[in-house]
Design a protein around this ligand. Sequence first.
Ligand SMILES: [Mg+2]
Length: 263
Amino acid sequence: MKGIKGILIDLDGVLYVGDHPVEGAQATIESLMQKDYTLRFVSNTTQKCKKSIANRLSAMGFSIPEEFIFTPPIAAVAHMKKTGKQHCYLLTTGDVDRDFEQVCAQDTCAKKDYVIVGDAGETITYERLNAAFRYLMEGAELIALEKDRYWMAHDGLSLSAGPFVQALEFASGKTATIMGKPSRAFFDLALRDMGLQSEQVAMIGDDIITDIGGAQNAGMRSILVRTGKFREDTLKNTMIKPTHIIDSIANLKNFLCPALIIH
Ligand SMILES: [Mg+2]
């Protein structure tokens, strides 16, 4: 893959599966860093701030600075900085609000530029949804950190952010800008954060649609790994064709510029 200067690396299923690092993944990341590749570690999580993600990776043996982590909340912050409009109302939970501290920690402005919705779990109430609705009706734009319908929690299927995003879209007549993979906005903001063009960047992931399809739609090359959620059937049943398919991230060295081959 000639001309590659940056790599977007999916986390879950690429660097680790469950709580176990993929064999050889740590050494591969270290080599890429030594060879001066620009790296961003991308995940669709909307409940953890980048510091928590870096700490979790560290516990698994990865030494990854938090500024290299790029999630939907970080993309939303980048979008707010780009537009220069930084008053926001957050409908999120977990410690993800820490990612927004730099743009809206001291925000006491009564009018909001953005309503930002992530997976807010049990903190969703009529009062909070209605506050978000009112800000939208007063001119705020709607940003969805994700728009999944539901997910499997330990006690059963559970509503994700999507149903609440759709409720706010329905009530306000506005359409949300979606920040997670595979949205074009997410990949464009990641490129901007790296200071690279799409043809200089490859995405490595285990999800044929969100990782590979999303990256290709943004003009990047793509590498599918056979770890994590990879299934042969899913690959066969889609029109999306990755630039390369490798057994695991540990095999990445074969696909990078020969002059920069990692050892
Ligand atoms: Mg993944």
